[in-house]
Design a protein around this ligand. Structure first.
Ligand code: NAD
Length: 271
């Protein structure tokens, strides 16, 4: 099989550097280039050196159009503000587009739809196998336990994370809400502060912890009378997200344009 040429936008970031390592380490992939935003300190540096894998003869660029044109797949773990340009280029060029950026809102849907009209697109707030299994389990447990069990989602991430609750925590909340047949927006309780009054029945609450170098920890707590069920996932390394993203890019190879999920990629039931 010919190697899939993979580009990385945001290649100097924490995930970008990890992605470069994993792409380079994956037999069916070839590291084909990377970009950073205009003015970034990493511009012109060797992508491999930046990722700690030794020089690869690929200079970090600032022209995403050239990257999309040169690659079979582009992986995007950057910022929500960068998404429209990247998604536009994916849709126009037909280049496989894998998006892990979190903090996306409804305003990004049109850009993702444009991308998916012209290219295979996988977007997920969490690309690990364990978390995607957890999402399926949470929906199942929520349906089985019913409304007598209060649902709380607790997450912890490293001190640099800029959005809260995490995209994964919100996805877990959506899965719990789906198990009860409600929309998360109707029952969402993002923060509690001061005199809040008693817990409103049916709410799904969130609590956010930040600190150190924690790669990502999520618990969904089902608290009933006399018992509590907790489902927890702990990411030990960012590599699991990068491996999931690269797996998604390879899975998209040869697929028609369209929007796919990690459930599709991982072949999980109900996908
Ligand atoms: P980071 O700040 O270390 O990296 C982001 C990089 O993107 C930076 O190097 C930045 O300069 C670059 N960037 C910003 N705008 C750009 C542009 N227009 N063009 C090119 N590059 C640009 O952050 P991080 O910890 O690597 O996380 C990045 C994103 O990935 C966050 O949204 C985070 O929540 C998300 N994330 C998702 C998963 C997942 O599994 N889906 C896992 C971990 C992190």
């Amino acid at each position: 099989m010919e190697q899939l040429k993979v580009g990385i936008v945001g290649c100097a970031g924490r995930m970008g550097r990890m992605l470069a390592q994993v792409v380079d380490d994956t037999e069916d992939c070839a590291l084909a280039g990377g970009t950073e935003h205009e003015g970034a300190a990493a511009l012109g540096r060797d992508l491999g050196e930046l990722a700690g894998i030794g020089a690869r003869g690929l200079a970090v660029g600032s022209d995403p159009a050239a990257l999309f044109a040169a690659c079979d797949a582009v992986i995007d773990f950057t910022t929500p503000a960068a998404l429209p340009v990247h998604a536009g280029l994916a849709g126009d060029s037909g280049t496989i587009y894998v998006v892990g950026t979190t903090g996306l809102g409804p305003e990004h849907e049109a850009a993702l739809a444009h991308a998916a009209a012209g290219a295979p697109v996988v977007q997920a707030a969490n690309m690990s196998l364990g978390v995607n299994l957890l999402l399926a389990l949470v929906e199942q447990v929520s349906a089985a336990l019913g409304p007598d069990y209060d649902i709380e989602v607790l997450e912890m991430h490293h001190r640099h994370k800029v959005d809260a609750p995490s995209g994964t925590a919100l996805a877990l909340g959506r899965a719990a809400a789906a198990g009860r047949g409600v929309e998360l927006g109707e029952v969402l309780q993002r923060v509690r502060d001061g005199v809040t009054g008693p817990r409103r029945a049916g709410d799904i609450g969130f609590a956010t912890l930040r600190g150190g170098d924690v790669a990502g920890e999520h618990s969904v707590i089902f608290a009933g009378e006399g018992e509590r069920l907790e489902l927890t996932h702990k990411a030990g390394t960012r590599e699991i997200f990068a491996r999931g993203a690269v797996r998604a890019a390879l899975w998209c190879s040869g697929k028609p344009a369209g929007r796919y999920t990690m459930r599709d990629v991982l072949g999980l039931a109900g996908g």
